[in-house]
Design a protein around this ligand. Sequence first.
Ligand SMILES: NC(=O)C1=CN([C@@H]2O[C@H](COP(=O)(O)OP(=O)(O)OC[C@H]3O[C@@H](n4cnc5c(N)ncnc54)[C@H](O)[C@@H]3O)[C@@H](O)[C@H]2O)C=CC1
Ligand SMILES: O=C([O-])CC(=O)C(=O)O
Length: 337
Amino acid sequence: MFARSAVRAVAQPSSRLFSSSAARNFKVAVLGAGGGIGQPLSLLLKQDPLVTSLSLYDIRGAPGVAADVGHVDTASEVNGYAADQLDQALEGVKVVVIPAGVPRKPGMTRDDLFNTNASIVRDLAAAVAKSAPEAHILVISNPVNSTVPIVANTLEKADVFDPRRLFGVTTLDVVRATRFLAGVTDAKPSDTPVTVVGGHSGPTIVPILSQANGGKSVTGEKLDALVHRIQFGGDEVVKAKDGAGSATLSMAYAGAKFTNSLLRGLNGEKGVITPTFVKSPLYADQGVDFFASNVELGVDGVEKIHPIGELTAEEQKLLEAAIPELKKNIEKGKNFV
Ligand SMILES: NC(=O)C1=CN([C@@H]2O[C@H](COP(=O)(O)OP(=O)(O)OC[C@H]3O[C@@H](n4cnc5c(N)ncnc54)[C@H](O)[C@@H]3O)[C@@H](O)[C@H]2O)C=CC1
Ligand SMILES: O=C([O-])CC(=O)C(=O)O
């Protein structure tokens, strides 16, 4: 179904979802595999040639999803685990993807999910610290700006935190920005990759359109509308789903794409660069110690955090608006643990 190619990074998307070179053995766990994101994400990961074993866990429904996905005719093995089998699900796992938690309904912000999702994510992180302390953790559960610091502090408490192995998945912002810019400029998405920095909620999502092909041609009201659509793309889906949840299919695609990028880096491929929300020095002097920017992925996870590069005056303003909100979200997460 998916062909191999020499795709460099999510920041330079191609029409192909996966790419791989000679594979090592990568066991990947999905925590929250029974959910709206978890199910299609598991299906996509089953098709990733770099995934050799899939471990599907949820408090309900994961064995059923595993039985179903396990019939897909790719080489990887699939195992499902029930609510009381989290430790077994994490055994020998190299990468843990976490889409567990509740999604938004119309009228809610991502921060409104904090009360429910913070403890879910904390408890799952504590289990990873115990059963797979060297695993790379990919956090999808919202609010990402807070859940990532929650995972970091939980791992730190267990004395196993390595910032090279923790990622907030902001790939959906990249996917949307790329798709929407291509629509506005009448280009192919593969020709208009967009870097998105900051965090993952409304004004903290900062697309750097000026650095993308054709991005500088969008100006004035058209630019404002494009930036707004990228920042609030999640709301568009929440509204259209009308109470039935938030983005699941595009998120599964984005989650599988980021997982593939990480696995390629872990596998020794060079030059895999994509935006992700990590512990970062870029704005630490302003009290923001997690930040999404282009990150080079390597055999140990985060290899190099790239600087933001040149910004237009408009982008600088967006960034200035993002920083205080981001700082608040990060502190809220840190204080929870
Ligand atoms: N980072 C991003 O760009 C995006 C993040 N999200 C977030 O992803 C999360 C999941 O969204 P959906 O899949 O649509 O929700 P969902 O409600 O369809 O699925 C969530 C799943 O998590 C499971 N779960 C709850 N507590 C658990 C626990 N302690 N351990 C394991 N599994 C547990 C539930 O049983 C359910 O199957 C939400 O917080 C949502 O806001 C959604 C879209 C994009
Ligand atoms: O909007 C939401 O709540 C889900 C999400 O993070 C997104 O679609 O970007």
